[in-house]
Design a protein. Structure first.
Lengths: 271, 283, 254
């Protein structure tokens, strides 16, 4: 009896720490809301907003989908969704091509520890900015069009792709390189016959994954004028055109889910 | 029937037969990589048709001018003004961090029950886990920016819209990540708890939750990092934070846009470094 | 007392795991169940606490027919029956103490246990069980830092904390090395002797079953082919149960 009693007294008092932690969290969250000046008029009309939203959603614009009737085909949601996909696809392709040298530059296996650190730092800097910021700047130089979107996606993708490519290169089996050294291969030949065959599958899989992410980003780039669905999206939102907004949202959900399914199917085939 | 036949013929004809010096022949099989290359090339071509390139809109000179304008003081303002302005961005910065913090915590807590409902190993009924997965996929596919647009419509311009957008975004991605973790936990302790007469809720609390908690905390930090990055820009559509400063100044005060971008860079980078440090410590 | 009356179990995929089993197990017995893997040992054991539901026949525990009970009644039944598993089934990341305390979960309403609220008496009970198993000093270590034998003792302590009348052990020593195996089996014998808890154990090693159990039940293709004293079993009976002579891995050896 006493031995158990004694041990119980030694029990770490976790609940005090837990309680302090929970209270601190609650206080912090309450503080987070303090900055939000609540717009009471908007809140009071929330019921009305919901009504407007559902009426709009119910008034689904079929002709807006394919651009038959009032809208031209190239004003329709399907067309804009295709442009969005195009931005994501070409952007990802460009990003992947550009990321390959960065991948080598950030790989300890290839360039050694110190150069790899510099390469990594460059990639971190690219990753830090949200795409939208890049788009805001690029729009000034390339105009309010889809080309800007492609460039934004391409440049921004380098950050993540380069990092993951470098990891793939660092994780590969190094013994074939030794064998190529033994047959007298030079650096380029080692890349072509020792590295590329090993990392091609990984690189394709990573690129597909990034394409998945880029489709999502491409849907909002239009908000700052870089092409795709985003432009109509913000226009519809600012004018409270829920009929149009609903159609666009549906297009986004369907497109992203489709790409998600296709990309993960393809990726599972790759490994 | 026609199509496969043609493909087969094509494959056979493209296989190369190699004859060795001793007369033996080896057939080199068709490398499927060429199909992939062809498909990618075709898609690139078709998609490029949708993106007309007009060289007259390219004004690289202007890009250079604007970049200089962004990162130097405007007109008669001094460098001192430029950096003083950075200090003035304290409130938008706090707003951004508040939005990310509250949104990450609330969204993650909301995600926990949904993740449980979506996990096949805990909830064995398809009529529960399929709808649960549909809900999470719905929220997961809508970008935070779009959620913010909609939130602004409902509650007006300000931080609250940002919190709602980040909460819903976190809810979608956290529930997806968590349910995958729950599905891979060791179910043996769950069986043991059930054998002591515990209810499913109790068995989950004592056998599954302790396994999920460390991963949950690690994801929480990771998603917070993502959210800080995306919430810096949500202000552009009216959801408060640094983004609203960019939106307000984008037409006339490029130096202020530049200052905001510098601040954004510092904040996101610090959060990213802190996040990876903390997650490494957790392992 | 446990009573099987004409118990059968057919799985949804058509596999007949038990077929017309009739048994009576008295309080305080140490029963070893032997037989080939796939013979139905595990199904027999797990039907007792309804981790597996039987498809026909009647199963009585202390004169309560259990095949129709469910929900709260079923949980009341289970909390009085300890269960030991081959892979210990501990929550590896949790402390030994918290693992053992989960044996008390079914004694309290969910709204209390979900917040980890247990009365002091329960906490002492958990620690006393650990003391009984000789690992009180490990109470606040994480379960995954213990050796296999120690982990199985934690599992035994968890079962003891349920204050059970009966402990079911499904291949309790199959993942342990020979020396630890003997120690853990001694623990079972001690629990059986000192607390009068009925022990029913599935055993892969026949010689262990013969050594520790007072009664042997031999199962072949879902039917009970031998039921009797462990002392009076001979090689011929074993051949009858296994359909062949024993392989070396089915004997622990001394």
């Amino acid at each position: 009896m006493s031995r158990a009693d004694e041990t119980l007294k030694r029990k770490p008092k976790r609940w005090i720490i837990n309680l302090v932690f929970v209270v601190a969290m609650v206080v912090a969250i309450a503080f987070s809301f303090s900055g939000s000046s609540i717009n009471w008029t908007r809140l009071r009309t929330i019921g009305l907003s919901l009504k407007v939203m559902f009426q709009g959603l119910a008034d689904f614009k079929y002709d807006f989908l394919f651009g038959t009737g009032v809208y031209q085909f190239d004003e329709g949601v399907v067309y804009m969704a295709l442009v969005t996909l195009a931005i994501a696809f070409i952007g990802t392709f460009i990003g992947a091509i550009l990321a390959i040298p960065f991948g080598f530059l950030a790989s300890e296996n290839i360039v050694g520890k110190y150069v790899a650190k510099i390469g990594e730092a460059i990639l971190v800097i690219i990753r830090v900015f949200p795409e939208i910021v890049l788009a805001i700047i690029l729009v000034k130089g390339f105009g309010m069009n889809a080309v800007t979107g492609v460039l934004t996606i391409g440049l921004h993708s380098i950050g993540m792709l380069g990092k993951l490519f470098a990891e793939a290169i660092d994780n590969m089996d190094k013994s074939p390189l030794e064998a190529l050294d033994a047959v007298g291969a030079n650096a380029w030949q080692k890349i072509r016959y020792g590295i590329i065959p090993q990392v091609a599958a990984d690189i394709s899989s990573i690129t597909l994954y990034r394409f998945d992410i880029n489709v999502r980003s491409a849907t909002v780039l239009g908000i700052v004028g870089a092409g795709g669905l985003g432009a109509s999206l913000i226009l519809a939102a600012e004018n409270w055109n829920w009929d149009i907004l609903g159609t666009i949202l549906l297009a986004i959900v369907v497109m992203v889910l489709l790409v998600d399914v296709v990309s993960s199917r393809l990726r599972s085939k790759l490994v | 029937m026609g199509v496969p036949c043609v493909t087969t013929k094509y494959l056979v004809s493209s296989m190369s037969k190699i004859t060795l010096t001793n007369g033996k022949t080896v057939t080199k099989p068709f490398n499927k990589i060429w199909i992939v290359v062809a498909v990618v090339a075709l898609l690139l071509y078709l998609f490029s048709l949708l993106i007309p390139f007009d060289s007259s809109t390219v004004k690289l000179e202007e890009l250079k001018v604007i970049l200089i304008k962004m990162f130097t003081p405007k007109g008669n303002r001094t460098w001192e003004d430029y950096f003083k302005y950075l200090l003035k961005l304290k409130n938008p910065l706090i707003d951004t961090l508040n939005m990310s913090f509250a949104g990450t915590i609330i969204g993650s807590l909301m995600a926990l029950p949904l993740a449980v409902l979506a996990a096949k190993n805990i909830v064995k009924k398809p009529y529960i886990y399929i709808p649960a997965r549909t809900i999470m996929n719905l929220f997961r596919t809508i970008p935070a920016m779009v959620l913010a647009l909609i939130a602004v419509f409902f509650v007006g311009i300000g931080v609250l819209s940002g919190i709602i957008a980040i909460t819903l975004f976190t809810f979608g991605i956290m529930s997806k990540m968590l349910y995958e973790v729950i599905e891979t936990v060791d179910m043996n302790p769950f069986e043991a708890l059930e054998s002591t007469g515990a209810t499913k809720t109790e068995a989950f609390r004592y056998a599954v939750l302790p396994q999920v908690t460390p991963v949950f905390v690690s994801y929480l930090i990771y998603i917070f990092e993502i959210n800080v990055r995306s919430s810096t820009i949500l202000g552009y559509v009216g959801a408060g934070g640094i983004g609203s400063v960019i939106k307000d100044n984008i037409l006339y005060n490029y130096d202020r846009v530049g200052a905001s971008i510098i601040l954004m860079f510092v904040v996101v980078l610090s959060v990213q470094l802190l996040s990876s440090f903390l997650r490494r410590r957790l392992q | 007392m446990i009573k099987f009356v004409d118990v059968s179990k057919t799985y949804p995929n058509g596999v007949k795991a038990l077929h017309g089993v009739n048994l009576e197990i008295k309080d305080g017995e140490f029963v070893g169940i032997i037989g080939l893997s796939g013979a139905g040992k595990s199904t027999l054991l797990r039907s007792i606490n309804k981790m597996i539901s039987i498809t026909s026949g009647k199963l009585y525990i202390d004169d309560v027919e259990i095949s129709s009970i469910k929900g709260k009644e079923l949980r009341m039944l289970r909390r009085g029956i300890g269960m030991i598993f081959q892979s210990f089934n501990l929550v590896k990341r949790m402390s030994v103490y918290n693992n053992v305390l989960t044996g008390r979960v079914a004694y309290h309403p969910t709204f209390k246990t979900v917040f980890g609220l247990f009365p002091k008496a329960d906490k002492l009970m958990a620690l006393e069980s650990l003391d009984t198993m000789g690992i009180l000093d490990k109470a606040f270590t994480r379960a995954d830092q213990l050796s296999g034998g120690q982990q199985q003792r934690v599992a035994l302590a968890r079962a003891l904390t349920q204050k059970p009348k009966l402990i079911l052990a499904d291949e309790p020593v199959a993942s342990l090395d020979p020396i630890t195996t003997v120690q853990v089996m001694d623990d079972f014998a001690k629990i059986n002797r000192d607390f009068g808890i009925t022990v029913i154990a599935n055993m892969h090693h026949v010689d262990l079953a013969l050594k520790y159990a007072t009664r042997i039940i031999g199962i072949k293709e879902g039917e009970v082919v031998y039921d009797g004293d462990s002392k009076s079993i001979d090689d011929e009976t074993l051949v009858q149960i296994y359909g062949r002579s024993l392989r070396h891995d089915e004997v622990l050896g001394e």
